[in-house]
Design a protein around this ligand. Structure first.
Ligand code: PLP
Length: 398
């Protein structure tokens, strides 16, 4: 069986680093905001080249805290209101849109660029100008660096400056990725990271982080993560219990030692897949923008002619696990019904949800395993072609 990801294999690869880190915590017993949390925050501030990092309880909470901090800073209110629109993509994990709702604002979904699956910046500007003319309020953008590839941050930054919007990068899938040599999460007002176990840098449970260069936003996020005040027993804002666990920070520090190596391995897997499947018809392989340093959280192919589900089934029968991220775009979910605004059509996001398939990307996969994935996919299309030809021959002879 070749799984999409194999966390046990990764633990076996770095057992002593992780066991030592956990044992250290057992020794000091400082479970809440212990020394490992600030050590990780300092280390990641250096790595990302930002002034502040704030460890939080999940990627979702990172997004919520970022938006709440923006509302407090920009409006002097605890929450946004429904007239405050925040632009994002519909082709993402629920949490991106859910965080907007929980901040009080309305998600404004813009369609994707079908080549990168990221938000289409040209559509942002054309919709934005007409929406603003109609008197609507738009306060910010959440670009999601989907599958580990950067959005067009030149355009996002230009649009944000021109129309005075904040930018919260959703970096949940792109730890270590870059845009023109700048680490993702360091470009917008906030970078929101997730340490969910399956992310490129994942803990042994939930965890997340905010990165920012803004002193005011950093202070607000720091307060919101611990009940809303500098003093826990005398608070200013409607806060959360949303701290990163000491134990998770310790595991993440140990795994940080391997992140560059693991992201390199992911890129190598992408190379093997690209080389192996470049000639397969009815498949579109992922494209990487030249300015983006893709970290392949997912290696996602597009399967044409409604063959995606059949291919997934065939791979499963042959012991190869794949995933569909995401089968339902956000604007089709009940939770966003009557709670979102749609910028024209979202047909490209809808189409992508029916055609994408993410292949095994475990950094420790062997060459043999990768070749098996490639070979099995090629088999599927060879057989599929055979079937189609048989059918058309049959028709000819009728
Ligand atoms: C995983 C993910 C999140 C949420 O992170 P959690 O740590 O699971 O809360 C948000 N956005 C995207 C794009 C994600 O992939």
């Amino acid at each position: 069986m070749i799984p999409p990801l194999d966390l046990k294999r990764e633990y076996d690869y770095m057992t002593s680093d992780i066991d030592d880190a956990i044992r250290k915590c057992l020794g000091h017993q400082k479970w809440i905001l212990g020394p490992e949390v600030s050590e990780l925050e300092d280390k990641l501030a250096l790595y990302l080249k930002v002034k502040h990092c704030i460890g939080v309880s999940s990627g979702t909470d990172a997004l919520v805290l970022a938006l709440r901090a923006q509302a407090i800073k920009l409006k002097g209110e605890e929450y946004f209101d429904r007239n405050d629109r925040i632009i994002t993509t519909s082709f993402t994990f629920t949490a991106t849109g859910d965080a907007i709702l929980r901040s009080g604002a309305t998600p404004l979904f813009v369609d994707i660029d079908p080549a990168t699956y990221n938000i289409d910046t040209a559509r942002i500007e054309s919709y934005l100008t007409s929406s603003l003319k109609a008197g609507n309020k738009i306060v910010g953008i959440i670009p999601v660096h989907l599958y580990g590839q950067s959005c067009d941050m030149d355009e996002i930054t230009r649009i944000a400056e021109k129309y005075d919007l904040f930018v919260v990068e959703d970096v949940a899938q792109a730890f270590g990725g870059e845009w023109r040599g700048k680490k993702l999460g360091s470009i917008g007002d906030f970078g929101a990271f997730s340490f969910f176990p399956s992310k490129n840098l994942g803990g042994f449970g939930d965890g997340g982080l905010l990165a920012t260069n803004d002193d005011v936003l950093a202070e607000l996020a720091g307060m919101l993560r611990k009940h809303g005040g500098k003093d826990k027993y005398n608070v200013d804002h409607i806060g959360y219990n949303a701290r990163l666990d000491t134990l998770q920070a310790a595991v993440l520090l140990a795994k940080m030692k391997h992140i560059e190596d693991f992201n390199r391995r992911r890129r190598n897997i992408a190379k093997v897949y690209n080389k192996g499947m470049g000639t397969v018809k009815d498949l579109i392989l992922p494209e990487s923008a030249p300015e983006a340093d893709h970290v392949y959280h997912q290696y996602t192919i597009r399967v044409l002619k409604e063959k995606r589900d059949k291919l997934q089934e065939y791979l499963k029968e042959n012991g190869i696990g794949t995933m569909v991220y995401y089968p339902v775009p956000l604007h089709k979910m009940k939770v966003f019904e009557n709670r979102c605004e749609i910028a024209g059509e979202l047909s490209l996001a809808e189409r992508a949800s029916k055609e994408v398939l993410s292949l095994p990307i475990e950094p420790l996969l062997t060459e043999e395993e990768l070749n098996k994935v490639v070979g099995t996919i090629k088999d599927f299309f060879a057989k599929d072609k055979g079937i189609t030809e048989e059918v058309s021959c049959g028709r000819l002879h009728q």
